[in-house]
Write a protein that binds this ligand. Structure first.
Ligand code: NAP
Ligand code: GDD
Length: 338
């Protein structure tokens, strides 16, 4: 049985990846941060007491800022595959906390890479780095491919670039099987509620049921290449199954404005977004990434991976899931009133 260690397992991608690996028969270990309230809601359906059933998911306290604990975990677990998905992943927030973002999102990667060396796993383990299309920033080529030069536009993107190049460097310096997935935006019902797609689908469904009046957003003109998170995690796994490590763009090759995402969401609910959407400058970024669109031909040719869920289907999946949540919320508030 293969053993995988996942950082960021409590996040959107981490939870889908854990599900995917468990389905493949892996023993899955995840690093979770200690928090004052539960932060495992995306995993609760998977996590059961290992003493009373055969669940192969194990959670360990740790932090990407804590090198000693990472070394100890790697010694103890001796994993076959490591997926580094942990990050302060919010671009807007990275302008408020640039140093912390650099520490966790950037230096966090080198802490794991060094832990791999320290634990003597260089010739045994395969490493996946969650790189980002944000690294293309002020894009130098359309569409963006693996060879497109980077031009990061946020502290988050700068931190991801550091982690990306460190991954390349450990591959070249030590022969580590280390691959980077340069993933374009991917969304799902498990997307954090402060990212724009989920903020929109959550608000629109609540507005439909009279639970919310307005939705306040920032820049509606930026364009993103939005895919479905559940199918993007398979690409991560495929990268680690190759004989040779490499870097791959994972994208849909289609781009849409935030405004188009709004229109599509509200029209699914027979609403006109113009009646409900307001603007607040606080949601704008000091430097914006105007256009992202990726060409994932290399992934299709070498990994046999290509996206299946299109833009409209993605919106529909998210609206359906958030409508269920909104209905539960409404039923609860009515029960409390009666
Ligand atoms: P997410 O939902 O924000 O999840 C981030 C994960 O990182 C959470 O599990 C979080 O734990 C964990 N984390 C944060 N700080 C940490 C720390 N100091 N130590 C250990 N873990 C920490 O992000 P996602 O959308 O799943 O994305 C997964 C990865 O892919 C991230 O690295 C992200 O930057 C990258 N990425 C995402 C996209 C996308 O469109 N989703 C595209 C390209 C790249 P808590 O639950 O405790 O907060
Ligand atoms: N979050 C947010 N909130 N974004 C808004 C809002 C708002 O109220 N209003 C407009 N936007 C615009 C942002 O300015 C940006 O142009 C776009 O919506 C998308 O913002 P996010 O959903 O926050 O995603 P992101 O593209 O900045 O970053 C995501 O994708 C990256 C990959 O390209 C994150 O998941 C990153 O971690 C990931 O690397």
């Amino acid at each position: 049985m293969k053993k995988a260690l996942v950082t960021g397992i409590t996040g959107q991608d981490g939870s889908y990846l854990a599900e995917f690996l468990l389905d493949k028969g892996y023993e899955v270990h995840g690093i979770v941060r200690r928090a004052s309230s539960f932060n495992t809601s995306r995993l609760d359906h998977l996590y059961k007491d290992p003493l009373v059933d055969d669940t192969k998911l194990f959670l360990h306290y740790g932090d990407l800022a804590d090198a000693v604990q990472l070394v100890k975990l790697l010694y103890k677990l001796q994993p076959d595959e490591i997926y580094n998905l942990g990050a302060q992943s919010h671009v807007r927030v990275s302008f408020d906390i640039p140093e912390y973002t650099g520490d966790v999102t950037g230096v966090g990667a080198v802490r794991i890479l060094e832990a791999i060396r320290e634990a003597g796993l260089v010739n045994k383990v395969r490493y996946y780095q969650a790189s980002s299309s944000e690294m293309y920033g002020k894009v130098q080529e359309v569409p963006q491919v693996e060879t497109t030069p980077f031009w990061p536009r946020s502290p988050y993107a700068c931190a991801k670039m550091y982690a990306h190049w460190l991954t390349v460097n450990y591959r070249e310096s030590y022969g580590l099987h280390a691959s980077s997935g340069i993933l374009f935006n991917h969304e799902s019902p498990r997307r954090g509620e402060t990212f724009v797609t989920r903020k929109i689908t959550r608000a629109a469904t609540r507005i439909k049921l009279g639970l919310q009046k307005k939705l306040i957003l920032g820049n509606l003109d930026s364009k993103r290449d939005w895919g479905y998170a559940k199918e993007y995690v398979e690409a991560m796994w495929l990268m680690l199954q190759q004989d040779e490590p490499d870097d791959y763009v994972i994208a849909t090759n289609e781009t849409h404005t935030v405004r188009e995402f709004l229109e599509e969401t509200f029209s699914c609910l027979d609403l006109d977004y113009n009646e409900f959407v307001g603007f607040d400058q606080k949601y704008e970024r000091p430097a914006e990434v105007d256009l992202l669109i990726g060409d994932a031909s290399k992934a299709e040719n070498k990994l046999g991976w290509k996206p299946k869920v299109n833009f409209k289907e993605l919106v529909s999946i998210m609206v359906d899931a958030d409508m269920k949540l909104a209905l539960q919320e409404k039923a609860l508030s009515e029960a409390n009133l009666s």
